[in-house]
Design a protein around this ligand. Sequence first.
Ligand code: DAH
Length: 346
Amino acid sequence: MEENIEIIVKEIEGKINNIDNLKDLNDLKLEYMGKSGIITKMQSGIKDASNKKEYGMKVNTVRNTFNDLYNGKLNELNEIEINKKLESERIDVTMPSKKVKKGTKHPINLTIEKIEDLFVSMGYDVVSGPELETDEYCFERLNLPKGHPARDMQDSFYITENELLRTQTSSVQARYMMAQEEKKPIRIIVPGKTYRREDDATHAPQFGQIEGLVIDKKENNVSLADLKGTLEVFAHTMLGSDLDLRFRPSYFPFTEPSYEVDVTCFKCKGKGCNLCKQTGWIEVFAAGIVHPNVLRMNGYDPDIWGGFAFGPGWDRICMFRYGIPDIRLMYQNDIRFLKEFDRRDQ
Ligand code: DAH
């Protein structure tokens, strides 16, 4: 029996040494320690042995030897497995990366951001208001009572009798003035979407305006000269530093006096071309001195307060800035058009 045991131990050692994977190791465990495994059978033979004690101790030695060798091999194989995994999952940080698809900013957003930066640098706040507006804020509080003929200049989308898609961001002039509990100086720009019933190469039913409003105490003399200086900075930053401005008298119910403001044609520098229809000028702004009625209706006493307002469209500025010939290109979302702007630095 003793010899037999030594042979079995040798056999176990040999077999375990040769094993190089977890499956074979598991099979070996079944072979020796399974229900009808060799060691299991030896254990149940103890009770019939002539020298139970001695035989029992030997069987124990075999079992312990098996367990030790088995556990040693298991650890060894697990370690190999982990190392293999670490090796295969190793990240080579020097490998070139996959190409990341980057979107580009839309030219209109580039334009708005540039204008916002400019006005914030001059101390203005950027504010917004609702696109679904009431007749009161879109017109009445801007000195355009119901039935006023100047309403015809803005062909509108009414949703209910008193609600419409705003035709102008001037509506936020009234909203902002009314929102000031304690009346204080105002310096804001309002970039926002506006809507009118029109659709051709230079007009889209949805377009954008950047309203500007400055109100201060009369004693601070906010004047037409300040308006002119402000629009000059605007035009020079957005369209070209060598351009002149021309103020043409015009009419808007919420300003008095009112102007349409032209800028030297940046294509021909004033000589006359097809873009400016041979006039040498391009209309960019509408503007004026805030009408006393607008101040009064929105809680600002016109004997104490005064200021100016202006309202260019962002589409025209964007088209001029980037040489875009048709307003509809900007709203069609054609990826080929948008790609044109990925290398422009603004
Ligand atoms: N809201 C006017 C329009 O859409 C443009 C305008 C004119 C805005 C004069 C102003 C302004 O702020 O002072 O036709």
